[in-house]
Design a protein around this ligand. Sequence first.
Ligand SMILES: Cc1cc2nc3c(=O)[nH]c(=O)nc-3n(C[C@H](O)[C@H](O)[C@H](O)COP(=O)(O)OP(=O)(O)OC[C@H]3O[C@@H](n4cnc5c(N)ncnc54)[C@H](O)[C@@H]3O)c2cc1C
Length: 579
Amino acid sequence: KVYENVADLPSLQYDFVIVGGGTAGNVVASRLTEDSSVSVLVLEAGPSNQGVLAAQVPFLSIEVSDTGTPYSWNYTTTPQTGADGHVFDYLRGYLLGGCSSHNGMAYTRGAEADFDRYANLTGDEGWSWNQIFPYFLKNEKWTAPADNHNTQGQYNPAVHGTDGPISVSVSGFSWSEFEQRVIQTTKELPDDFPFNLDMNSGKPLGIGWFQYTIGHGERSSSATGYLTPEIIQRPNLDVLLHAQVSKLVNVTQSRALPIEPITFQGVQFRYGTSLFVAKASKEIILSAGAIGTPQILLNSGIGDRTALNALGIPTVLNLPSVGKNVSEHAYSGVSWAVNSNQTVESITQNITRYNEAFAEWNRSHTGPFVDPSAGTHAGWLRLNASSPLFKIHPDPSPGPDAPHFEMLLQPSAFAGTPGHFISFTMAMVSPVSRGSVTLSSNDPFAAPLIDLGFLSSEFDALALAEGIKLALKFASAPAWNHDGYLGAPTVDIAAMTPAELTAHVRANSGPGYHIVGTAGMSPRGAQYGVVDPDLKVKGIAGLRVIDASVVPIVPGAHTQAVTYVVAERGADLVKQTWN
Ligand SMILES: Cc1cc2nc3c(=O)[nH]c(=O)nc-3n(C[C@H](O)[C@H](O)[C@H](O)COP(=O)(O)OP(=O)(O)OC[C@H]3O[C@@H](n4cnc5c(N)ncnc54)[C@H](O)[C@@H]3O)c2cc1C
């Protein structure tokens, strides 16, 4: 049951306490309570996703994710020196379902090589593509798009699941004039931009139809998919909303020989203005996300001893990697005016059409509101193998079949400027830069310091500039130019010198909200890393991390799919321990 009020909660003692009812946390809660003899409490800081229209209607997703809404943690980053000192709003979902209830819904798994690298980095074959692939299928329910169009040639059914909790589909509204030009470009420039039937096969390179976690015109999230009305009625599953966890408590630390591992029996949380403790007899599972999880570990005295000392927090375990090793994508777009009115601006800049489209969604879950308008296609591309950039830094991608870049192809510019636009937005998806999440004070409820290390590596900035040249090359195909479709660019990037282009990238990029790595996996016994390959926190008994924090390096993909499979496998690992 979902509880709004702590006073109604039947108990504060469970087998498992899961901190965070987000993307991963709800998967774990749902899977563990399949066994009716196991009791689970989920503590979620935010409110319910139920009745939040913008968390339901794909086209309105920006209204639920933006800073300033009641459904966002409203974080900001520290000034990012790689981005001219810019301070970014750093979005994180503050509602049941976490980021899966407010994200852009892009469904991208990454490359085989991303997962094979995780297996190599952890020494656990269980994280390899081949062994993780069944978890992608377990998580997924391939669904017909909202407009029921013929999807033949738009995806490969052989690589998709059909009866998992999360609906996945291609766009359910066609921007056909734009889409035809994208596909035509893959025919005109096939060497640089080959068509790829399915970017989620493990071999993502090329241009393909984008897939979204959307079913029948509605967002599919961990809250809607893993906490269905049937699941939430399980007598062994309780979810408490508005409960913000501060730290782990009731530590037992034997100093006698043989030294027993450290254990925590409970978690402290704030509900309203009061503090409570929930106890776990089997395990505490941190699923508070790549910012919340390291913050709770650090508040609990698990982290870098020097940094904890400086804040007056007693060190329980010196684990210097907690909060370090942030990796994140950097996005920078190129936009053109177009001589057409078939763009998303035809809705966003026309209140009558906007209202009609919304009414259509309400009536039949069809029309442009069934998609987030984030793009009809994406390309996954590489730097040229002979690029001089590899003299500055060895290739950071996990292998020759994995991308350095994502190119999002969008029939819009979101510029707010009157007119009709298209954008090719490039992202550097194999970054060298690393950042950190650290505490700002010893107040466990104060927002942490989020340093993305954004474009802090020269390699990343130069590479992103190269990526933008690829976007210009894509736009040079006759498909865009033969009939005067493409108008003036919003910024004349083609006229820039290399130095100007790099400066432009630094001044005009933003994060992808794909932070990972702050409680990274490493081999058992390693002197770095935060969790072992079975996601148990090193040196502590009865404590696991299951969320995006454990992913050691950001994949060449948006990060919800990797989070879902980490959670699915994580739940199996917990079950194996206790069965
Ligand atoms: C705006 C935005 C757009 C994105 N777009 C995409 C996309 O299109 N495709 C994609 O694949 N990925 C996207 N992502 C990234 C993806 O959604 C995340 O990587 C992934 O969902 C993270 O899952 P998680 O379980 O690690 O964390 P979360 O989903 O953030 O879950 C953490 C949960 O813990 C709760 N919590 C945190 N701290 C505490 C505490 N102290 N006490 C109690 N509860 C707490 C939070 O409220 C939250 O519900 C996007 C992210 C954002 C923010």
